[in-house]
Design a binder for this molecule. Structure first.
Ligand code: OXD
Ligand code: MN
Length: 589
């Protein structure tokens, strides 16, 4: 067996791994190389240790079920901290810890925490190798589930060493499940040190440190310093019958349909006409100004999808169903006696099964069989509609940016902002009903600026300023839109069919980006009339359309009043432009 220093060619990483091993005292240290053989060994080990359960080989080849600790099923925002010398840097929307204090407190938790366990050294790249935006991370973890999942979600393995060279430009990601006690759970980010320490959770968003921690919180901090953007967005290409592809990004809060939008199947008449959708990413984008054309270009830093399972079906997302048919890890879904899996929304329930905790479940027993935040972890290469440029180091040009929340009322189906700073206002004041993706109450409206409230690694006021400043760097900025697929009538029924039908709205947005679709002015922005959108073949009467697009003065006044909370919270850190944008909206209602 090669020595550690032979396996780790970079001396900065060697030294750091050595120091962490001294602190955590693992029984052994294993450096991953990312090879297919290694993956098979890790899977076999995880099965032997009962971390993974193999599924029926005929129905789900290469697929496994993982059951989490019952109190470790979602992101825990109250245990997530930005650790900096000054509280102002983290701002009022983040939990803050003094960085020295946080290190000292966590040292005590990490001390000896890996006794008797293996410490996996997981080298990974976020972004296509060689991309001007790609970033290297090294994660140390005592969780084999995390090590395997990192292999799916990132470009993991040997190629990392070439990307890193002899520099020390890598994110130091230290992770231990500890005893998985929610009272001793800390997800700590040290942006000034390019460091993440996560203790006490094995859940994706808390433990796969390349994802929310690096690619959003640390990256957003670096992006502001270096003049680019890290955003909680999908990235999708739409190709029209003339063969012209337009890329748009979409920021929607967690569990509001980003994966479904990124993998959408066009309605039958669009398919027949030749429309095609292709996925670049479903959760995170990094965007930069391409000096060649002065436009915003984007990459997906991830290499896999960590998607919400319940509600995924052949009807709602057939492309996701194809993707997860093989080589997928399911977390917290229900298990059938023959090794099949089931979740709410998949189809008829089984007569009996084991629920996500492994307890006997029958229909009508009063509990969900799959956890509402159960997940699939799958490589993007499994996606049948993966965009040909998904691995392109340069990325793709962004023509439009969509902000969307889950709102039963108030917010219309779609509007386009008047200009960039008005678009930043629409994004900054985005709101959504909370979902099961984070612990806490579900269905409460909260302000979720740019869908980044849980993921912005610094002061939200500075983040808005960074958005406004980006305009000055752009020759031709993307057009900005606000959408709401979730408006309901008084019976609680959705007014808009959603899913593939969203392409009708996307087609209008693309038309706006390319200067060939019309709209009328409303208080909230440019709004399509029923004639501007292709509603043919949809069972949608004029009244429903009116209700979908209505800007109701009373509701909007309440909305503007409730935005005050965010404005008060940010106080003087709120850029003046956004104060004025809100006043202009109030004056127009
Ligand atoms: C996610 C989330 O898992 O946003 O993507 O919580
Ligand atoms: Mn997300």
């Amino acid at each position: 067996m090669a020595s550690l220093s032979e396996q780790i060619p970079n001396r900065h990483v060697q030294r750091w791994v050595h120091d962490c091993a001294e602190k955590c005292s693992p029984a052994s240290v294993r450096v991953l190389d990312g090879s297919p053989d290694e993956k098979q060994q890790l899977l076999a080990e995880a099965v032997a240790n009962k971390v993974l359960i193999p599924l029926n080989r005929q129905k789900w080849p290469g697929c496994y079920l993982h059951r989490s600790h019952p109190q470790d099923v979602a992101r825990t925002e109250h245990c997530t901290f930005i650790c900096t010398p000054e509280k102002r840097e983290a701002g009022p929307t983040n939990n803050w810890l003094d960085d020295r204090h946080a290190y000292a407190m966590l040292e005590a938790h990490f001390q000896g925490c890996m006794k008797g366990k293996t410490m996996f050294v997981v080298p990974f790249i976020m972004g296509p190798a060689g991309s001007p935006l790609a970033k290297v991370g090294i994660q140390l973890t005592d969780s084999i589930y995390v090590a395997i999942s990192m292999g799916i979600m990132t470009r993991m393995g040997r190629q990392t060493w070439d990307q890193l060279g002899s520099t020390d430009d890598f994110t130091r990601c230290l992770h231990s499940v500890g005893d998985c006690d929610p009272k001793r759970r800390y997800i700590c980010h040290f942006p000034h040190d390019n460091t993440i320490w996560s203790y006490g959770s094995n859940y994706g968003g808390n433990a796969l440190l390349g994802k929310k921690c690096l690619a959003l919180r640390i990256a957003s901090f670096l992006g502001r310093k270096q003049g680019w953007m890290a955003e909680h967005m999908l990235l999708v290409g739409a190709t029209n019958p003339q063969g012209e592809t337009t890329y748009v990004t979409g920021a929607f809060p967690s569990a509001c349909g980003k994966t479904n939008f990124a993998m959408m199947v066009p309605p039958a008449d669009y398919r027949k006409a030749g429309w095609k959708i292709s996925t670049v990413g479903d959760d995170i984008v990094w965007m930069y100004v391409n000096q060649r054309d002065g436009r915003l270009w984007a990459i997906n830093p991830e290499a896999g999808y960590f998607g919400v399972v319940p509600g995924t079906s052949e009807k709602t997302n057939p492309n996701a169903m194809t993707a997860i048919r093989h080589d997928t890890i399911f977390t917290n879904v229900a298990l059938l006696p023959d090794g099949d899996v089931w979740w709410e929304g998949k189809g008829d329930p089984p007569k009996e099964c084991l629920d996500w905790r492994g307890e006997k479940w029958t229909p009508g027993c009063g509990r969900p069989a799959a956890h509402p935040n159960s997940r699939f972890t799958v490589s993007m290469w499994n996606n049948p509609i993966l965009d040909p440029k998904a691995d392109d180091p340069v990325g793709v040009p962004v023509s439009g940016i969509i902000f969307g929340g889950r709102r039963s009322d108030t917010i219309p189906l779609c509007v386009q902002s008047f200009n960039w700073s008005h678009g930043v206002y629409l994004g900054a004041t985005l709101s959504s009903e909370t979902t099961a993706a984070a612990t806490g109450q579900v269905g409460v409206v909260r302000r979720d600026p740019m869908a980044m409230r849980p993921f912005c690694g610094y002061n939200m006021g500075d983040y808005f300023r960074h958005w406004l400043d980006m305009r000055k760097r752009l020759v031709d900025p993307p057009r900005i839109f606000l959408v709401n697929w979730f408006r309901k009538n008084e019976k609680g029924q959705y007014l808009w069919p959603g899913f593939g039908e969203n392409l009708r709205v996307l087609e209008w947005m693309i038309g706006r980006c390319r200067g060939r679709a019309s709209a009328r002015e409303t208080a909230l922005g440019w709004s399509p009339t029923a004639n501007d959108l292709n509603l043919g073949g949809l069972d949608l009467d004029a009244e429903t359309w009116q209700r979908l697009q209505a800007v109701n003065a009373k509701e909007m006044q309440q909305e503007l009043a409730s935005q005050q909370e965010l404005y008060d919270q940010l106080g003087d850190d709120m850029p003046r432009e956004l104060v004025w944008q809100r006043e202009l909206t109030a004056a127009a209602i």
